[in-house]
Design a binder for this molecule. Structure first.
Ligand code: URA
Length: 439
Protein backbone atom coordinates (compact mmCIF):
# COMPACT_ATOMS: atom_id res chain seq x y z
CA UNK A 1 0.00 0.00 0.00
CA UNK A 2 1.49 3.35 -1.03
CA UNK A 3 -0.34 5.42 1.60
CA UNK A 4 -0.99 5.31 5.33
CA UNK A 5 -4.74 5.12 6.06
CA UNK A 6 -4.27 6.42 9.63
CA UNK A 7 -2.61 9.59 8.28
CA UNK A 8 -5.60 10.29 6.02
CA UNK A 9 -8.01 9.64 8.91
CA UNK A 10 -5.98 12.03 11.09
CA UNK A 11 -6.03 14.76 8.43
CA UNK A 12 -9.81 14.55 8.11
CA UNK A 13 -10.25 14.33 11.89
CA UNK A 14 -8.22 17.55 12.19
CA UNK A 15 -10.40 19.35 9.65
CA UNK A 16 -8.15 19.37 6.57
CA UNK A 17 -9.46 19.09 3.02
CA UNK A 18 -8.50 15.72 1.49
CA UNK A 19 -7.12 15.58 -2.02
CA UNK A 20 -8.73 13.61 -4.82
CA UNK A 21 -5.79 11.18 -4.65
CA UNK A 22 -6.19 10.60 -0.89
CA UNK A 23 -9.92 9.97 -1.28
CA UNK A 24 -9.39 7.60 -4.22
CA UNK A 25 -6.58 5.66 -2.48
CA UNK A 26 -8.63 5.21 0.68
CA UNK A 27 -11.97 4.32 -0.95
CA UNK A 28 -10.53 1.99 -3.59
CA UNK A 29 -8.32 0.40 -0.93
CA UNK A 30 -11.41 -0.27 1.15
CA UNK A 31 -13.26 -1.65 -1.86
CA UNK A 32 -10.48 -4.13 -2.71
CA UNK A 33 -10.10 -5.20 0.93
CA UNK A 34 -6.66 -3.70 1.64
CA UNK A 35 -8.15 -1.07 4.02
CA UNK A 36 -10.03 -2.81 6.84
CA UNK A 37 -13.52 -2.00 8.16
CA UNK A 38 -12.18 -0.35 11.32
CA UNK A 39 -10.16 2.23 9.39
CA UNK A 40 -13.03 3.00 7.03
CA UNK A 41 -15.36 3.35 10.07
CA UNK A 42 -12.93 5.84 11.59
CA UNK A 43 -12.74 7.88 8.37
CA UNK A 44 -16.54 7.89 8.04
CA UNK A 45 -16.87 9.17 11.61
CA UNK A 46 -14.27 11.88 10.91
CA UNK A 47 -16.24 12.92 7.80
CA UNK A 48 -19.46 12.86 9.86
CA UNK A 49 -17.98 15.41 12.29
CA UNK A 50 -15.81 17.50 9.94
CA UNK A 51 -17.94 17.40 6.79
CA UNK A 52 -16.48 17.68 3.30
CA UNK A 53 -16.03 20.57 0.91
CA UNK A 54 -17.89 20.58 -2.39
CA UNK A 55 -14.76 19.43 -4.24
CA UNK A 56 -14.15 16.61 -1.75
CA UNK A 57 -17.80 15.49 -2.15
CA UNK A 58 -17.39 15.46 -5.91
CA UNK A 59 -14.15 13.47 -5.65
CA UNK A 60 -15.82 10.96 -3.34
CA UNK A 61 -18.79 10.60 -5.70
CA UNK A 62 -16.49 10.17 -8.69
CA UNK A 63 -14.32 7.56 -6.96
CA UNK A 64 -17.36 5.58 -5.79
CA UNK A 65 -18.99 5.81 -9.23
CA UNK A 66 -15.84 4.56 -10.99
CA UNK A 67 -15.16 1.83 -8.43
CA UNK A 68 -17.27 -0.19 -10.87
CA UNK A 69 -18.69 0.23 -14.36
CA UNK A 70 -21.15 2.78 -15.65
CA UNK A 71 -23.87 0.78 -17.37
CA UNK A 72 -24.16 1.60 -21.06
CA UNK A 73 -27.87 1.85 -21.80
CA UNK A 74 -27.45 3.28 -25.29
CA UNK A 75 -29.08 0.14 -26.70
CA UNK A 76 -32.24 0.82 -24.65
CA UNK A 77 -34.50 3.20 -26.57
CA UNK A 78 -36.28 6.18 -24.98
CA UNK A 79 -35.55 8.42 -22.00
CA UNK A 80 -34.30 6.38 -19.03
CA UNK A 81 -35.50 7.78 -15.73
CA UNK A 82 -35.19 6.78 -12.09
CA UNK A 83 -36.19 8.02 -8.64
CA UNK A 84 -34.25 7.95 -5.39
CA UNK A 85 -35.39 8.80 -1.90
CA UNK A 86 -33.11 9.93 0.91
CA UNK A 87 -34.87 7.39 3.12
CA UNK A 88 -37.83 7.09 5.43
CA UNK A 89 -40.11 4.79 7.39
CA UNK A 90 -42.78 3.04 5.33
CA UNK A 91 -41.29 4.72 2.25
CA UNK A 92 -42.26 2.24 -0.46
CA UNK A 93 -43.11 4.40 -3.46
CA UNK A 94 -40.46 2.83 -5.77
CA UNK A 95 -42.51 -0.36 -5.95
CA UNK A 96 -45.45 1.60 -7.36
CA UNK A 97 -43.88 4.38 -9.40
CA UNK A 98 -41.43 2.08 -11.23
CA UNK A 99 -44.29 -0.01 -12.68
CA UNK A 100 -46.41 3.11 -13.41
CA UNK A 101 -43.66 4.83 -15.40
CA UNK A 102 -42.44 1.65 -17.16
CA UNK A 103 -46.02 0.76 -18.13
CA UNK A 104 -46.15 4.12 -19.93
CA UNK A 105 -43.06 3.25 -21.99
CA UNK A 106 -40.21 5.00 -20.16
CA UNK A 107 -37.48 2.58 -19.03
CA UNK A 108 -36.81 2.60 -15.26
CA UNK A 109 -33.32 1.24 -14.48
CA UNK A 110 -33.22 1.19 -10.70
CA UNK A 111 -30.22 0.46 -8.47
CA UNK A 112 -31.52 0.46 -4.92
CA UNK A 113 -30.15 -0.05 -1.45
CA UNK A 114 -30.98 -2.12 1.60
CA UNK A 115 -32.29 -0.72 4.87
CA UNK A 116 -30.11 2.09 6.16
CA UNK A 117 -30.23 2.98 9.87
CA UNK A 118 -33.84 3.29 10.95
CA UNK A 119 -35.07 3.51 7.33
CA UNK A 120 -36.19 0.67 5.08
CA UNK A 121 -34.60 -0.29 1.75
CA UNK A 122 -36.18 -1.26 -1.56
CA UNK A 123 -33.98 -4.36 -1.95
CA UNK A 124 -35.05 -5.77 1.42
CA UNK A 125 -38.71 -5.14 0.55
CA UNK A 126 -38.42 -6.88 -2.83
CA UNK A 127 -36.45 -9.78 -1.37
CA UNK A 128 -39.35 -10.51 1.00
CA UNK A 129 -41.04 -11.92 -2.13
CA UNK A 130 -39.88 -15.57 -2.22
CA UNK A 131 -37.32 -16.17 -4.97
CA UNK A 132 -36.95 -12.47 -5.91
CA UNK A 133 -33.36 -12.13 -7.14
CA UNK A 134 -31.95 -8.58 -7.05
CA UNK A 135 -28.43 -9.73 -8.05
CA UNK A 136 -28.90 -9.90 -11.82
CA UNK A 137 -25.95 -9.47 -14.18
CA UNK A 138 -25.45 -6.24 -16.14
CA UNK A 139 -26.47 -8.10 -19.27
CA UNK A 140 -29.74 -9.28 -17.69
CA UNK A 141 -30.33 -5.70 -16.43
CA UNK A 142 -29.96 -4.30 -19.96
CA UNK A 143 -32.01 -7.05 -21.60
CA UNK A 144 -34.89 -6.56 -19.11
CA UNK A 145 -34.89 -2.82 -19.76
CA UNK A 146 -34.91 -3.36 -23.52
CA UNK A 147 -37.74 -5.88 -23.34
CA UNK A 148 -39.88 -4.81 -20.37
CA UNK A 149 -38.67 -1.26 -19.51
CA UNK A 150 -38.01 -2.17 -15.89
CA UNK A 151 -35.39 -3.82 -13.68
CA UNK A 152 -34.46 -3.31 -9.99
CA UNK A 153 -31.02 -4.38 -8.84
CA UNK A 154 -28.64 -3.64 -5.97
CA UNK A 155 -25.07 -2.41 -5.96
CA UNK A 156 -22.88 -5.36 -7.05
CA UNK A 157 -19.20 -6.24 -7.35
CA UNK A 158 -19.43 -4.70 -10.84
CA UNK A 159 -21.71 -1.70 -10.23
CA UNK A 160 -20.78 0.69 -7.42
CA UNK A 161 -18.93 -1.87 -5.29
CA UNK A 162 -17.58 0.97 -3.11
CA UNK A 163 -21.12 2.06 -2.20
CA UNK A 164 -22.13 -1.57 -1.58
CA UNK A 165 -19.46 -1.87 1.14
CA UNK A 166 -19.57 1.66 2.55
CA UNK A 167 -23.40 1.69 2.68
CA UNK A 168 -23.46 -1.53 4.71
CA UNK A 169 -20.81 -0.15 7.07
CA UNK A 170 -22.55 3.21 7.57
CA UNK A 171 -25.74 1.34 8.40
CA UNK A 172 -24.20 -0.05 11.59
CA UNK A 173 -21.66 2.62 12.61
CA UNK A 174 -23.93 5.67 13.15
CA UNK A 175 -22.38 7.48 10.18
CA UNK A 176 -25.41 7.90 7.96
CA UNK A 177 -26.55 11.46 8.64
CA UNK A 178 -23.78 13.21 6.75
CA UNK A 179 -24.55 15.40 3.77
CA UNK A 180 -21.42 14.51 1.72
CA UNK A 181 -21.75 10.79 2.48
CA UNK A 182 -25.43 10.78 1.48
CA UNK A 183 -24.67 12.74 -1.71
CA UNK A 184 -21.84 10.42 -2.78
CA UNK A 185 -23.80 7.29 -1.93
CA UNK A 186 -26.93 8.29 -3.83
CA UNK A 187 -25.31 9.91 -6.82
CA UNK A 188 -22.63 7.24 -7.39
CA UNK A 189 -25.38 4.60 -7.65
CA UNK A 190 -27.67 6.71 -9.79
CA UNK A 191 -24.94 7.87 -12.18
CA UNK A 192 -23.80 4.26 -12.61
CA UNK A 193 -27.23 3.28 -13.94
CA UNK A 194 -26.86 5.02 -17.28
CA UNK A 195 -29.98 7.19 -16.73
CA UNK A 196 -30.98 10.34 -18.58
CA UNK A 197 -33.06 11.80 -15.75
CA UNK A 198 -33.55 11.48 -12.01
CA UNK A 199 -36.32 12.45 -9.60
CA UNK A 200 -35.24 12.88 -6.00
CA UNK A 201 -37.52 12.51 -3.00
CA UNK A 202 -35.68 14.40 -0.28
CA UNK A 203 -37.27 13.86 3.11
CA UNK A 204 -37.39 16.09 6.15
CA UNK A 205 -38.94 15.52 9.59
CA UNK A 206 -38.56 13.16 12.51
CA UNK A 207 -38.08 10.06 10.33
CA UNK A 208 -35.62 11.61 7.87
CA UNK A 209 -31.83 11.74 8.10
CA UNK A 210 -32.09 15.52 7.70
CA UNK A 211 -34.76 16.54 10.21
CA UNK A 212 -34.78 20.22 9.32
CA UNK A 213 -36.43 21.23 6.01
CA UNK A 214 -33.72 23.84 5.42
CA UNK A 215 -31.01 21.14 5.68
CA UNK A 216 -33.05 18.88 3.40
CA UNK A 217 -33.22 21.61 0.81
CA UNK A 218 -29.46 22.09 1.08
CA UNK A 219 -29.04 18.34 0.51
CA UNK A 220 -31.42 18.52 -2.46
CA UNK A 221 -29.50 21.40 -4.03
CA UNK A 222 -26.19 19.53 -3.66
CA UNK A 223 -27.65 16.34 -5.15
CA UNK A 224 -29.19 18.26 -8.03
CA UNK A 225 -25.93 20.11 -8.74
CA UNK A 226 -24.06 16.79 -9.02
CA UNK A 227 -26.77 15.36 -11.31
CA UNK A 228 -26.75 18.44 -13.54
CA UNK A 229 -22.94 18.46 -13.56
CA UNK A 230 -23.17 15.00 -15.12
CA UNK A 231 -25.65 16.13 -17.76
CA UNK A 232 -28.76 14.60 -16.17
CA UNK A 233 -32.19 16.17 -16.03
CA UNK A 234 -33.32 16.34 -12.42
CA UNK A 235 -36.32 17.33 -10.29
CA UNK A 236 -36.85 17.07 -6.55
CA UNK A 237 -39.80 16.86 -4.20
CA UNK A 238 -39.09 17.86 -0.61
CA UNK A 239 -41.46 15.63 1.35
CA UNK A 240 -42.65 15.15 4.89
CA UNK A 241 -41.36 12.27 7.00
CA UNK A 242 -42.74 13.56 10.32
CA UNK A 243 -44.85 10.42 10.39
CA UNK A 244 -44.53 7.04 8.67
CA UNK A 245 -45.78 6.82 5.11
CA UNK A 246 -48.86 4.68 4.54
CA UNK A 247 -50.32 1.82 6.48
CA UNK A 248 -47.26 -0.37 7.11
CA UNK A 249 -43.50 -0.31 7.73
CA UNK A 250 -41.83 -3.70 7.32
CA UNK A 251 -40.77 -5.60 4.25
CA UNK A 252 -43.49 -8.05 3.17
CA UNK A 253 -46.15 -5.80 4.74
CA UNK A 254 -45.02 -2.92 2.52
CA UNK A 255 -45.08 -5.11 -0.57
CA UNK A 256 -48.64 -6.12 0.37
CA UNK A 257 -49.58 -2.43 0.75
CA UNK A 258 -48.17 -1.63 -2.71
CA UNK A 259 -50.03 -4.57 -4.25
CA UNK A 260 -53.29 -3.35 -2.65
CA UNK A 261 -52.72 0.14 -4.02
CA UNK A 262 -51.93 -1.18 -7.50
CA UNK A 263 -55.12 -3.26 -7.31
CA UNK A 264 -56.97 -0.02 -6.45
CA UNK A 265 -58.03 -1.26 -3.01
CA UNK A 266 -58.61 1.10 -0.11
CA UNK A 267 -58.20 0.48 3.61
CA UNK A 268 -60.35 2.73 5.75
CA UNK A 269 -58.77 2.80 9.22
CA UNK A 270 -60.50 3.42 12.55
CA UNK A 271 -60.18 7.19 12.06
CA UNK A 272 -62.36 7.01 8.95
CA UNK A 273 -60.02 7.61 6.00
CA UNK A 274 -57.99 5.53 3.55
CA UNK A 275 -54.63 4.69 5.12
CA UNK A 276 -53.15 4.00 1.67
CA UNK A 277 -53.91 7.54 0.46
CA UNK A 278 -50.54 9.14 1.25
CA UNK A 279 -48.43 6.33 -0.29
CA UNK A 280 -50.63 6.37 -3.36
CA UNK A 281 -50.53 10.16 -3.74
CA UNK A 282 -46.76 10.45 -3.30
CA UNK A 283 -46.20 7.61 -5.78
CA UNK A 284 -48.38 9.42 -8.33
CA UNK A 285 -46.68 12.78 -7.76
CA UNK A 286 -43.21 11.27 -8.15
CA UNK A 287 -44.34 9.32 -11.24
CA UNK A 288 -45.65 12.57 -12.72
CA UNK A 289 -42.25 14.24 -12.23
CA UNK A 290 -40.51 11.26 -13.88
CA UNK A 291 -42.89 11.24 -16.84
CA UNK A 292 -42.60 14.97 -17.27
CA UNK A 293 -38.78 14.87 -17.16
CA UNK A 294 -38.90 12.13 -19.80
CA UNK A 295 -41.09 14.22 -22.08
CA UNK A 296 -44.11 11.88 -21.86
CA UNK A 297 -46.38 14.88 -21.17
CA UNK A 298 -46.22 18.62 -21.73
CA UNK A 299 -46.76 19.47 -18.05
CA UNK A 300 -46.52 17.81 -14.66
CA UNK A 301 -50.32 18.04 -14.36
CA UNK A 302 -50.81 16.14 -17.63
CA UNK A 303 -48.18 13.62 -16.55
CA UNK A 304 -50.12 13.09 -13.30
CA UNK A 305 -53.24 12.22 -15.32
CA UNK A 306 -51.21 9.66 -17.32
CA UNK A 307 -49.83 8.12 -14.11
CA UNK A 308 -53.30 7.94 -12.58
CA UNK A 309 -54.59 6.20 -15.71
CA UNK A 310 -51.82 3.58 -15.52
CA UNK A 311 -52.65 2.92 -11.89
CA UNK A 312 -56.44 2.85 -12.20
CA UNK A 313 -56.45 0.70 -15.34
CA UNK A 314 -54.37 -2.03 -13.64
CA UNK A 315 -51.51 -1.57 -16.15
CA UNK A 316 -49.11 -0.65 -13.33
CA UNK A 317 -50.00 -3.83 -11.46
CA UNK A 318 -49.46 -5.93 -14.60
CA UNK A 319 -46.02 -4.33 -14.91
CA UNK A 320 -45.28 -5.12 -11.26
CA UNK A 321 -46.20 -8.77 -11.86
CA UNK A 322 -43.88 -8.71 -14.86
CA UNK A 323 -41.12 -7.24 -12.67
CA UNK A 324 -41.55 -10.16 -10.27
CA UNK A 325 -41.26 -12.63 -13.15
CA UNK A 326 -38.07 -10.91 -14.43
CA UNK A 327 -36.52 -11.40 -10.99
CA UNK A 328 -37.97 -14.93 -10.42
CA UNK A 329 -40.11 -13.63 -7.52
CA UNK A 330 -43.20 -15.63 -6.55
CA UNK A 331 -45.60 -12.86 -5.55
CA UNK A 332 -48.44 -15.30 -4.77
CA UNK A 333 -46.23 -16.75 -2.01
CA UNK A 334 -45.61 -13.40 -0.25
CA UNK A 335 -45.19 -14.48 3.39
CA UNK A 336 -47.53 -13.36 6.19
CA UNK A 337 -46.42 -13.05 9.77
CA UNK A 338 -47.58 -15.83 12.11
CA UNK A 339 -48.09 -13.37 15.00
CA UNK A 340 -49.79 -10.03 15.49
CA UNK A 341 -49.79 -7.93 18.65
CA UNK A 342 -52.16 -4.97 18.97
CA UNK A 343 -51.28 -1.86 20.94
CA UNK A 344 -54.31 0.20 21.93
CA UNK A 345 -54.35 3.82 22.91
CA UNK A 346 -54.21 4.31 26.68
CA UNK A 347 -55.91 7.73 26.43
CA UNK A 348 -58.32 9.79 24.31
CA UNK A 349 -57.20 12.86 22.39
CA UNK A 350 -55.52 14.04 19.22
CA UNK A 351 -52.23 12.62 17.97
CA UNK A 352 -49.84 15.54 18.35
CA UNK A 353 -46.67 14.00 16.89
CA UNK A 354 -44.92 10.75 16.06
CA UNK A 355 -41.23 10.14 16.59
CA UNK A 356 -40.77 8.40 13.26
CA UNK A 357 -37.08 7.62 13.72
CA UNK A 358 -37.90 5.74 16.93
CA UNK A 359 -40.65 3.86 15.10
CA UNK A 360 -37.99 2.80 12.57
CA UNK A 361 -35.73 1.73 15.46
CA UNK A 362 -38.60 -0.40 16.83
CA UNK A 363 -38.64 -2.01 13.37
CA UNK A 364 -34.96 -2.95 13.80
CA UNK A 365 -35.72 -4.37 17.27
CA UNK A 366 -38.26 -6.77 15.75
CA UNK A 367 -35.78 -7.70 12.97
CA UNK A 368 -37.42 -5.82 10.11
CA UNK A 369 -33.96 -4.17 9.76
CA UNK A 370 -30.37 -4.91 10.77
CA UNK A 371 -28.34 -3.91 13.81
CA UNK A 372 -25.18 -5.63 12.49
CA UNK A 373 -24.16 -6.19 8.86
CA UNK A 374 -24.51 -9.97 9.35
CA UNK A 375 -28.09 -9.82 10.73
CA UNK A 376 -30.72 -11.74 8.81
CA UNK A 377 -34.01 -9.87 8.33
CA UNK A 378 -37.36 -11.42 9.25
CA UNK A 379 -39.35 -10.55 6.08
CA UNK A 380 -42.75 -10.57 7.79
CA UNK A 381 -41.75 -8.33 10.72
CA UNK A 382 -43.25 -4.85 10.78
CA UNK A 383 -45.65 -2.32 12.21
CA UNK A 384 -49.13 -1.27 11.12
CA UNK A 385 -50.27 2.30 11.79
CA UNK A 386 -53.96 2.73 12.54
CA UNK A 387 -53.82 6.49 13.18
CA UNK A 388 -51.64 9.42 12.19
CA UNK A 389 -50.80 12.95 13.30
CA UNK A 390 -53.92 15.08 13.75
CA UNK A 391 -56.29 12.10 14.14
CA UNK A 392 -58.76 11.98 17.01
CA UNK A 393 -58.30 8.73 18.88
CA UNK A 394 -60.31 7.23 21.75
CA UNK A 395 -58.95 5.22 24.68
CA UNK A 396 -58.87 1.53 23.69
CA UNK A 397 -58.80 2.28 19.95
CA UNK A 398 -55.94 0.53 18.04
CA UNK A 399 -52.82 2.62 17.58
CA UNK A 400 -50.29 0.07 16.27
CA UNK A 401 -50.21 -3.61 15.38
CA UNK A 402 -46.83 -5.28 15.51
CA UNK A 403 -46.07 -8.32 13.32
CA UNK A 404 -43.28 -10.88 13.28
CA UNK A 405 -42.18 -14.46 13.75
CA UNK A 406 -41.16 -14.11 17.40
CA UNK A 407 -44.11 -13.45 19.68
CA UNK A 408 -42.05 -12.40 22.73
CA UNK A 409 -40.01 -10.00 20.60
CA UNK A 410 -42.98 -8.22 19.06
CA UNK A 411 -44.62 -7.85 22.49
CA UNK A 412 -41.42 -6.41 23.92
CA UNK A 413 -41.78 -3.27 21.78
CA UNK A 414 -44.99 -2.07 23.45
CA UNK A 415 -43.51 0.47 25.88
CA UNK A 416 -41.03 1.78 23.33
CA UNK A 417 -43.67 2.18 20.60
CA UNK A 418 -46.17 3.88 22.93
CA UNK A 419 -43.50 6.45 23.77
CA UNK A 420 -43.12 7.37 20.08
CA UNK A 421 -46.61 8.86 19.88
CA UNK A 422 -47.72 11.92 21.76
CA UNK A 423 -51.47 12.27 22.41
CA UNK A 424 -52.99 15.50 23.75
CA UNK A 425 -56.12 17.63 23.85
CA UNK A 426 -55.06 20.13 21.25
CA UNK A 427 -56.36 19.77 17.70
CA UNK A 428 -53.39 19.52 15.34
CA UNK A 429 -53.25 20.09 11.59
CA UNK A 430 -50.72 17.75 9.98
CA UNK A 431 -48.20 19.32 7.63
CA UNK A 432 -48.65 18.73 3.89
CA UNK A 433 -47.03 15.65 2.38
CA UNK A 434 -45.12 17.67 -0.23
CA UNK A 435 -43.45 20.83 1.00
CA UNK A 436 -41.77 21.98 -2.20
CA UNK A 437 -40.86 21.06 -5.75
CA UNK A 438 -37.43 21.99 -7.13
CA UNK A 439 -36.75 21.56 -10.81
N1 URA B 1 -29.93 6.54 0.22
C1 URA B 1 -28.70 6.11 -0.20
O1 URA B 1 -28.59 5.40 -1.19
N2 URA B 1 -27.63 6.50 0.49
C2 URA B 1 -27.70 7.28 1.59
O2 URA B 1 -26.68 7.59 2.15
C3 URA B 1 -28.97 7.71 2.03
C4 URA B 1 -30.08 7.32 1.32
Amino acid sequence: MSFLPAEIIKRKRNGFVLSEREIADFVLGYTDGSVPDYQMSALLMAIYFQGMSESETLSLTKTMLHSGVVVDLSSVPNFKVDKHSTGGVGDKTSLILGPIVASLGLPVPMISGRGLGHTGGTLDKLESIPGFNTQLSIDQFIQSLRKDQICFIGQTKEICPADKKIYALRDVTATIESLPLICASIMSKKLAEGIDGLVLDVKFGSGAFMKDPVKSEELAERLMAIARGHGKKVATLITNMDQPLGRYAGNSLEVAECVSIMKNEVHVGPCGYDLYADTRELSLQLSAQMLWLGGAAASVEKAYVLALGALESGRAFEKFEQLCRIHSGRLSELPKSPFRFDIESSESGFIQSMNTESIGVAGIQIRAGRSKTTDVIEPTAGIEFHAKVGDRIEKGQPLFSVYGADQALIRSTEKFLRATTLIGDQKVNPQPLILKTLS
